[in-house]
Ligand binder design. Structure first.
Ligand code: NAD
Ligand code: DAU
Length: 331
Protein backbone atom coordinates (compact mmCIF):
# COMPACT_ATOMS: atom_id res chain seq x y z
CA UNK A 1 0.00 0.00 0.00
CA UNK A 2 1.28 3.49 -0.84
CA UNK A 3 -0.09 5.91 1.76
CA UNK A 4 -0.08 9.71 1.82
CA UNK A 5 -0.25 10.92 5.41
CA UNK A 6 -0.98 14.63 5.75
CA UNK A 7 -0.08 16.37 9.01
CA UNK A 8 2.25 13.50 9.84
CA UNK A 9 4.73 15.67 11.76
CA UNK A 10 2.13 16.42 14.44
CA UNK A 11 1.20 14.40 17.49
CA UNK A 12 -1.14 11.65 16.25
CA UNK A 13 0.08 11.60 12.62
CA UNK A 14 3.69 10.94 13.68
CA UNK A 15 2.60 8.04 15.91
CA UNK A 16 0.53 6.67 13.02
CA UNK A 17 3.50 6.80 10.61
CA UNK A 18 5.76 5.00 13.13
CA UNK A 19 3.03 2.42 13.77
CA UNK A 20 2.63 1.64 10.05
CA UNK A 21 6.38 1.50 9.33
CA UNK A 22 6.98 -0.82 12.32
CA UNK A 23 4.09 -3.13 11.50
CA UNK A 24 4.12 -3.51 7.71
CA UNK A 25 7.04 -4.08 5.37
CA UNK A 26 6.71 -2.86 1.80
CA UNK A 27 4.27 -0.02 2.61
CA UNK A 28 5.42 3.37 1.33
CA UNK A 29 4.55 6.52 3.26
CA UNK A 30 4.64 10.08 1.97
CA UNK A 31 4.24 12.60 4.79
CA UNK A 32 3.00 16.02 3.63
CA UNK A 33 3.14 18.56 6.43
CA UNK A 34 3.26 22.37 6.39
CA UNK A 35 5.23 22.37 9.65
CA UNK A 36 3.12 24.87 11.50
CA UNK A 37 4.03 25.56 15.14
CA UNK A 38 2.56 22.09 15.91
CA UNK A 39 4.56 20.09 13.36
CA UNK A 40 7.84 18.73 14.65
CA UNK A 41 10.24 16.65 12.51
CA UNK A 42 11.86 15.38 15.73
CA UNK A 43 8.72 13.28 16.23
CA UNK A 44 9.84 11.23 13.22
CA UNK A 45 13.57 10.76 13.83
CA UNK A 46 13.03 6.98 13.87
CA UNK A 47 11.57 7.10 10.32
CA UNK A 48 14.02 9.52 8.72
CA UNK A 49 16.41 6.91 7.28
CA UNK A 50 13.70 4.44 6.33
CA UNK A 51 13.70 4.08 2.50
CA UNK A 52 9.91 3.60 2.61
CA UNK A 53 9.41 7.06 4.18
CA UNK A 54 9.40 10.40 2.33
CA UNK A 55 8.75 13.86 3.77
CA UNK A 56 7.51 16.87 1.81
CA UNK A 57 7.01 20.23 3.53
CA UNK A 58 3.85 21.58 1.95
CA UNK A 59 0.45 23.08 2.73
CA UNK A 60 -2.57 20.88 1.95
CA UNK A 61 -4.18 24.03 0.56
CA UNK A 62 -1.59 24.13 -2.29
CA UNK A 63 -3.58 21.94 -4.65
CA UNK A 64 -1.35 22.13 -7.75
CA UNK A 65 1.76 21.09 -5.84
CA UNK A 66 0.04 18.38 -3.81
CA UNK A 67 -1.53 16.73 -6.86
CA UNK A 68 1.94 16.32 -8.37
CA UNK A 69 3.68 14.96 -5.29
CA UNK A 70 1.02 12.35 -4.57
CA UNK A 71 1.38 10.65 -7.96
CA UNK A 72 1.92 6.90 -7.46
CA UNK A 73 0.10 6.78 -4.10
CA UNK A 74 -3.30 5.12 -3.57
CA UNK A 75 -4.55 6.21 -0.16
CA UNK A 76 -4.74 9.53 1.73
CA UNK A 77 -5.07 9.65 5.52
CA UNK A 78 -5.71 13.29 6.42
CA UNK A 79 -4.48 14.28 9.88
CA UNK A 80 -3.51 17.82 8.82
CA UNK A 81 -5.49 20.37 10.79
CA UNK A 82 -5.35 23.26 13.15
CA UNK A 83 -6.28 21.28 16.24
CA UNK A 84 -6.39 23.47 19.35
CA UNK A 85 -9.78 24.78 20.51
CA UNK A 86 -8.42 27.81 22.40
CA UNK A 87 -6.53 28.98 19.30
CA UNK A 88 -9.70 28.61 17.22
CA UNK A 89 -11.50 30.93 19.62
CA UNK A 90 -8.72 33.54 19.25
CA UNK A 91 -8.09 33.18 15.49
CA UNK A 92 -10.70 31.10 13.66
CA UNK A 93 -9.76 31.91 10.06
CA UNK A 94 -6.83 29.53 9.66
CA UNK A 95 -9.08 26.73 10.96
CA UNK A 96 -11.46 27.27 8.06
CA UNK A 97 -8.57 27.45 5.59
CA UNK A 98 -6.81 24.27 6.66
CA UNK A 99 -9.56 22.14 8.16
CA UNK A 100 -12.23 22.90 5.54
CA UNK A 101 -10.49 24.12 2.37
CA UNK A 102 -7.51 21.81 2.87
CA UNK A 103 -9.86 18.84 3.16
CA UNK A 104 -11.73 20.01 0.06
CA UNK A 105 -8.45 20.12 -1.93
CA UNK A 106 -7.50 16.61 -0.87
CA UNK A 107 -10.96 15.29 -1.78
CA UNK A 108 -10.72 16.90 -5.23
CA UNK A 109 -7.28 15.34 -5.75
CA UNK A 110 -8.59 11.91 -4.70
CA UNK A 111 -11.60 12.23 -6.96
CA UNK A 112 -9.70 13.27 -10.08
CA UNK A 113 -6.71 10.96 -9.56
CA UNK A 114 -8.84 7.92 -8.65
CA UNK A 115 -7.47 7.20 -5.18
CA UNK A 116 -8.53 3.85 -3.63
CA UNK A 117 -9.28 5.30 -0.19
CA UNK A 118 -9.56 8.63 1.62
CA UNK A 119 -9.63 8.62 5.42
CA UNK A 120 -10.62 11.79 7.25
CA UNK A 121 -9.29 12.06 10.80
CA UNK A 122 -12.14 13.75 12.60
CA UNK A 123 -13.14 14.13 16.22
CA UNK A 124 -15.82 13.37 18.82
CA UNK A 125 -16.11 17.15 19.25
CA UNK A 126 -18.23 17.34 16.08
CA UNK A 127 -21.17 15.82 18.05
CA UNK A 128 -20.96 18.63 20.59
CA UNK A 129 -21.52 18.36 24.30
CA UNK A 130 -23.26 15.24 25.67
CA UNK A 131 -25.82 15.56 28.45
CA UNK A 132 -25.64 13.31 31.52
CA UNK A 133 -26.25 9.70 30.46
CA UNK A 134 -26.12 10.61 26.75
CA UNK A 135 -23.65 8.82 24.42
CA UNK A 136 -23.34 9.62 20.72
CA UNK A 137 -23.17 7.00 17.97
CA UNK A 138 -22.04 7.47 14.37
CA UNK A 139 -25.67 8.28 13.48
CA UNK A 140 -25.98 11.13 16.00
CA UNK A 141 -26.38 14.63 14.53
CA UNK A 142 -23.41 17.01 14.36
CA UNK A 143 -23.69 19.88 16.84
CA UNK A 144 -20.29 21.58 17.14
CA UNK A 145 -19.71 24.37 19.68
CA UNK A 146 -16.52 26.20 18.69
CA UNK A 147 -14.78 27.27 15.44
CA UNK A 148 -12.43 24.25 15.59
CA UNK A 149 -15.19 21.65 15.92
CA UNK A 150 -17.40 23.54 13.46
CA UNK A 151 -14.60 23.44 10.86
CA UNK A 152 -14.08 19.71 11.50
CA UNK A 153 -17.84 19.08 11.18
CA UNK A 154 -17.94 21.05 7.91
CA UNK A 155 -15.07 18.92 6.60
CA UNK A 156 -16.90 15.72 7.59
CA UNK A 157 -20.00 16.81 5.66
CA UNK A 158 -17.86 17.50 2.59
CA UNK A 159 -16.26 14.06 2.88
CA UNK A 160 -19.67 12.39 3.10
CA UNK A 161 -20.89 14.39 0.10
CA UNK A 162 -17.97 13.05 -1.96
CA UNK A 163 -18.96 9.54 -0.97
CA UNK A 164 -22.59 10.06 -1.97
CA UNK A 165 -22.07 12.18 -5.11
CA UNK A 166 -18.84 10.84 -6.59
CA UNK A 167 -18.74 7.40 -4.92
CA UNK A 168 -15.32 8.28 -3.51
CA UNK A 169 -14.26 5.43 -1.16
CA UNK A 170 -14.03 7.37 2.09
CA UNK A 171 -14.05 6.71 5.83
CA UNK A 172 -14.27 9.11 8.74
CA UNK A 173 -12.58 8.29 12.08
CA UNK A 174 -13.95 10.24 15.06
CA UNK A 175 -11.82 9.70 18.13
CA UNK A 176 -11.97 10.98 21.67
CA UNK A 177 -9.18 12.99 23.37
CA UNK A 178 -5.79 11.47 22.63
CA UNK A 179 -2.85 11.64 25.02
CA UNK A 180 0.68 10.23 25.01
CA UNK A 181 4.30 11.16 24.20
CA UNK A 182 5.02 13.98 21.72
CA UNK A 183 1.78 15.92 22.30
CA UNK A 184 2.30 19.66 21.94
CA UNK A 185 2.37 21.18 25.43
CA UNK A 186 -0.58 23.52 24.86
CA UNK A 187 -3.03 20.63 25.30
CA UNK A 188 -4.38 19.77 28.75
CA UNK A 189 -2.32 16.70 29.74
CA UNK A 190 1.12 17.73 28.41
CA UNK A 191 0.60 21.31 29.65
CA UNK A 192 -0.25 20.10 33.15
CA UNK A 193 2.55 17.50 33.19
CA UNK A 194 5.27 19.92 32.04
CA UNK A 195 4.02 22.75 34.30
CA UNK A 196 3.95 20.38 37.28
CA UNK A 197 7.51 19.19 36.51
CA UNK A 198 8.57 22.86 36.60
CA UNK A 199 6.47 23.60 39.72
CA UNK A 200 4.35 26.06 37.73
CA UNK A 201 0.57 26.50 38.27
CA UNK A 202 -1.85 24.14 36.49
CA UNK A 203 -4.60 26.39 35.02
CA UNK A 204 -7.85 24.44 35.43
CA UNK A 205 -10.74 25.93 33.47
CA UNK A 206 -14.03 26.67 35.29
CA UNK A 207 -15.06 24.19 37.98
CA UNK A 208 -12.79 21.44 36.59
CA UNK A 209 -15.76 19.10 36.16
CA UNK A 210 -15.80 18.99 32.36
CA UNK A 211 -15.50 15.40 31.20
CA UNK A 212 -13.24 14.08 28.46
CA UNK A 213 -12.79 10.45 27.33
CA UNK A 214 -9.04 9.73 27.26
CA UNK A 215 -7.60 7.50 24.52
CA UNK A 216 -3.92 6.50 24.45
CA UNK A 217 -2.53 7.68 21.10
CA UNK A 218 -1.23 4.24 20.05
CA UNK A 219 -4.69 2.75 20.59
CA UNK A 220 -6.07 5.40 18.23
CA UNK A 221 -3.40 4.58 15.63
CA UNK A 222 -4.32 0.89 15.79
CA UNK A 223 -7.95 1.91 15.27
CA UNK A 224 -7.11 3.98 12.18
CA UNK A 225 -5.06 1.04 10.88
CA UNK A 226 -8.13 -1.21 11.29
CA UNK A 227 -10.28 1.31 9.40
CA UNK A 228 -7.64 1.51 6.65
CA UNK A 229 -7.65 -2.24 6.15
CA UNK A 230 -11.22 -3.24 7.06
CA UNK A 231 -13.35 -0.09 6.93
CA UNK A 232 -16.41 -0.26 4.71
CA UNK A 233 -16.49 2.52 2.12
CA UNK A 234 -18.67 5.47 3.12
CA UNK A 235 -18.74 4.55 6.84
CA UNK A 236 -17.93 6.63 9.90
CA UNK A 237 -16.18 4.94 12.85
CA UNK A 238 -16.03 6.32 16.38
CA UNK A 239 -12.87 5.46 18.36
CA UNK A 240 -13.37 5.83 22.11
CA UNK A 241 -10.97 5.45 25.03
CA UNK A 242 -13.77 4.38 27.38
CA UNK A 243 -12.08 6.44 30.09
CA UNK A 244 -14.45 9.32 30.82
CA UNK A 245 -13.02 11.44 33.63
CA UNK A 246 -13.50 14.94 35.01
CA UNK A 247 -10.52 17.24 34.33
CA UNK A 248 -9.92 17.64 38.08
CA UNK A 249 -9.43 13.85 38.34
CA UNK A 250 -6.74 13.93 35.63
CA UNK A 251 -5.05 16.96 37.21
CA UNK A 252 -4.85 15.16 40.57
CA UNK A 253 -3.50 11.96 38.93
CA UNK A 254 -0.73 13.96 37.24
CA UNK A 255 0.17 15.57 40.58
CA UNK A 256 0.21 12.10 42.19
CA UNK A 257 2.41 10.59 39.45
CA UNK A 258 4.93 13.42 39.89
CA UNK A 259 4.69 13.48 43.70
CA UNK A 260 3.85 17.22 43.69
CA UNK A 261 1.40 19.29 45.74
CA UNK A 262 -2.28 19.75 44.75
CA UNK A 263 -1.70 23.43 45.62
CA UNK A 264 -0.31 23.73 42.08
CA UNK A 265 -3.86 23.37 40.67
CA UNK A 266 -5.19 26.89 40.01
CA UNK A 267 -8.84 27.36 38.93
CA UNK A 268 -8.98 29.96 36.14
CA UNK A 269 -11.68 31.60 33.97
CA UNK A 270 -13.61 29.08 31.88
CA UNK A 271 -13.13 28.61 28.11
CA UNK A 272 -15.99 30.31 26.17
CA UNK A 273 -18.45 27.72 24.81
CA UNK A 274 -16.67 25.02 26.82
CA UNK A 275 -18.27 21.63 26.04
CA UNK A 276 -19.23 19.96 29.32
CA UNK A 277 -18.80 16.36 28.32
CA UNK A 278 -17.76 14.24 25.34
CA UNK A 279 -19.12 10.72 25.11
CA UNK A 280 -19.23 8.38 22.13
CA UNK A 281 -19.94 4.68 21.62
CA UNK A 282 -17.47 2.58 19.63
CA UNK A 283 -19.31 -0.72 19.07
CA UNK A 284 -18.99 -0.31 15.31
CA UNK A 285 -15.18 -0.39 15.22
CA UNK A 286 -15.17 -3.11 17.88
CA UNK A 287 -17.11 -5.12 15.30
CA UNK A 288 -13.99 -4.87 13.08
CA UNK A 289 -11.85 -6.38 15.85
CA UNK A 290 -10.49 -3.25 17.61
CA UNK A 291 -10.63 -2.31 21.27
CA UNK A 292 -8.63 0.11 23.44
CA UNK A 293 -5.76 -1.79 25.08
CA UNK A 294 -3.88 0.72 27.25
CA UNK A 295 -5.51 1.51 30.59
CA UNK A 296 -5.68 5.15 31.69
CA UNK A 297 -3.47 4.32 34.69
CA UNK A 298 -0.71 2.77 32.50
CA UNK A 299 -1.06 5.35 29.72
CA UNK A 300 -0.79 8.29 32.11
CA UNK A 301 2.26 6.83 33.89
CA UNK A 302 3.96 6.17 30.56
CA UNK A 303 3.13 9.70 29.35
CA UNK A 304 4.32 11.40 32.53
CA UNK A 305 7.55 9.34 32.41
CA UNK A 306 8.10 10.32 28.76
CA UNK A 307 7.84 14.05 29.54
CA UNK A 308 10.09 13.57 32.59
CA UNK A 309 12.76 11.88 30.47
CA UNK A 310 12.45 14.11 27.36
CA UNK A 311 12.83 17.68 28.65
CA UNK A 312 14.90 18.50 25.54
CA UNK A 313 11.75 17.88 23.42
CA UNK A 314 9.35 20.17 25.29
CA UNK A 315 11.57 22.77 26.97
CA UNK A 316 12.58 24.36 23.69
CA UNK A 317 8.93 24.43 22.56
CA UNK A 318 7.84 26.16 25.74
CA UNK A 319 10.74 28.64 25.65
CA UNK A 320 10.10 29.66 22.02
CA UNK A 321 13.57 28.42 20.98
CA UNK A 322 11.86 25.82 18.81
CA UNK A 323 10.33 28.42 16.49
CA UNK A 324 13.74 30.00 15.95
CA UNK A 325 15.21 26.61 15.06
CA UNK A 326 12.39 26.12 12.58
CA UNK A 327 12.90 29.38 10.79
CA UNK A 328 16.54 28.36 10.18
CA UNK A 329 16.01 24.75 9.11
CA UNK A 330 12.65 24.38 7.45
CA UNK A 331 11.61 27.61 5.72
P1 NAD B 1 -1.37 18.50 15.88
O1 NAD B 1 -1.79 19.93 16.00
O2 NAD B 1 -0.41 17.92 16.85
O3 NAD B 1 -0.77 18.26 14.42
C1 NAD B 1 -1.31 18.80 13.26
C2 NAD B 1 -0.29 18.65 12.14
O4 NAD B 1 -0.87 19.18 10.93
C3 NAD B 1 1.00 19.44 12.39
O5 NAD B 1 2.12 18.64 12.07
C4 NAD B 1 0.89 20.63 11.44
O6 NAD B 1 2.15 21.12 11.00
C5 NAD B 1 0.08 20.02 10.31
N1 NAD B 1 -0.65 21.03 9.52
C6 NAD B 1 -1.43 22.04 10.01
N2 NAD B 1 -1.91 22.76 8.98
C7 NAD B 1 -1.45 22.19 7.84
C8 NAD B 1 -1.62 22.47 6.46
N3 NAD B 1 -2.36 23.52 6.05
N4 NAD B 1 -1.01 21.69 5.55
C9 NAD B 1 -0.24 20.62 5.96
N5 NAD B 1 -0.03 20.32 7.24
C10 NAD B 1 -0.64 21.09 8.18
O7 NAD B 1 -2.73 17.69 15.86
P2 NAD B 1 -3.08 16.25 16.44
O8 NAD B 1 -3.48 16.39 17.84
O9 NAD B 1 -2.01 15.30 16.05
O10 NAD B 1 -4.41 15.95 15.59
C11 NAD B 1 -4.32 15.32 14.32
C12 NAD B 1 -5.71 15.19 13.77
O11 NAD B 1 -6.53 14.44 14.66
C13 NAD B 1 -6.44 16.51 13.56
O12 NAD B 1 -7.17 16.44 12.35
C14 NAD B 1 -7.38 16.62 14.75
O13 NAD B 1 -8.53 17.35 14.41
C15 NAD B 1 -7.70 15.16 14.99
N6 NAD B 1 -8.05 14.77 16.38
C16 NAD B 1 -7.20 15.07 17.41
C17 NAD B 1 -7.50 14.64 18.70
C18 NAD B 1 -6.60 14.92 19.86
O14 NAD B 1 -6.98 14.62 20.99
N7 NAD B 1 -5.41 15.48 19.68
C19 NAD B 1 -8.67 13.89 18.93
C20 NAD B 1 -9.53 13.62 17.86
C21 NAD B 1 -9.17 14.06 16.58
O1 DAU C 1 -12.18 15.46 21.86
C1 DAU C 1 -11.21 15.46 20.85
C2 DAU C 1 -10.52 16.81 20.84
O2 DAU C 1 -9.71 16.84 22.01
C3 DAU C 1 -9.68 17.04 19.60
O3 DAU C 1 -10.53 17.09 18.48
C4 DAU C 1 -8.89 18.35 19.71
O4 DAU C 1 -8.01 18.48 18.60
C5 DAU C 1 -8.07 18.31 20.98
O5 DAU C 1 -7.41 19.56 21.15
C6 DAU C 1 -8.95 18.02 22.18
O6 DAU C 1 -9.86 19.13 22.46
P1 DAU C 1 -10.17 19.56 23.98
O7 DAU C 1 -10.60 20.96 23.98
O8 DAU C 1 -11.01 18.54 24.64
O9 DAU C 1 -8.67 19.39 24.56
P2 DAU C 1 -7.76 20.34 25.49
O10 DAU C 1 -6.52 19.56 25.75
O11 DAU C 1 -7.62 21.71 24.95
O12 DAU C 1 -8.62 20.42 26.82
C7 DAU C 1 -9.04 19.25 27.50
C8 DAU C 1 -9.91 19.68 28.69
O13 DAU C 1 -9.07 20.37 29.63
C9 DAU C 1 -11.00 20.66 28.31
O14 DAU C 1 -12.15 20.42 29.09
C10 DAU C 1 -10.42 22.02 28.65
C11 DAU C 1 -9.53 21.71 29.84
N1 DAU C 1 -8.33 22.57 29.96
C12 DAU C 1 -7.52 22.70 28.87
C13 DAU C 1 -6.41 23.50 28.93
C14 DAU C 1 -5.50 23.68 27.71
C15 DAU C 1 -8.03 23.19 31.18
O15 DAU C 1 -8.76 23.04 32.17
N2 DAU C 1 -6.92 23.97 31.24
C16 DAU C 1 -6.10 24.17 30.16
O16 DAU C 1 -5.08 24.91 30.28
Amino acid sequence: MNIVVTGGAGFIGSHFIKHILRKYSGYKILNIDKLTYAGNPENLEEAEDNPDYTFVKEDICSKRIIEKVVEGYDVIVNFAAESHVDRSIEEPEVFLKTDVMGTFNLLEICRTAGFKKYIQISTDETYGSAGGGETFSEESPLNPSNPYSASKAAADLLVLSYSKTYKLPVNIARSTNNYGPNQYPEKFIPLFVTNAIEDKPLPLYGDGKNVRDWLFVEDNCRGIDVILHKGIDGEIYNIAGENERENIFIAKKIIECLDKSEQLIKPVKDRPGHDRRYSISCGKIKGLGWKPEVSLEDGLRLTVDWYKTHPQWWKKIKSGEFLEYYKKHYK
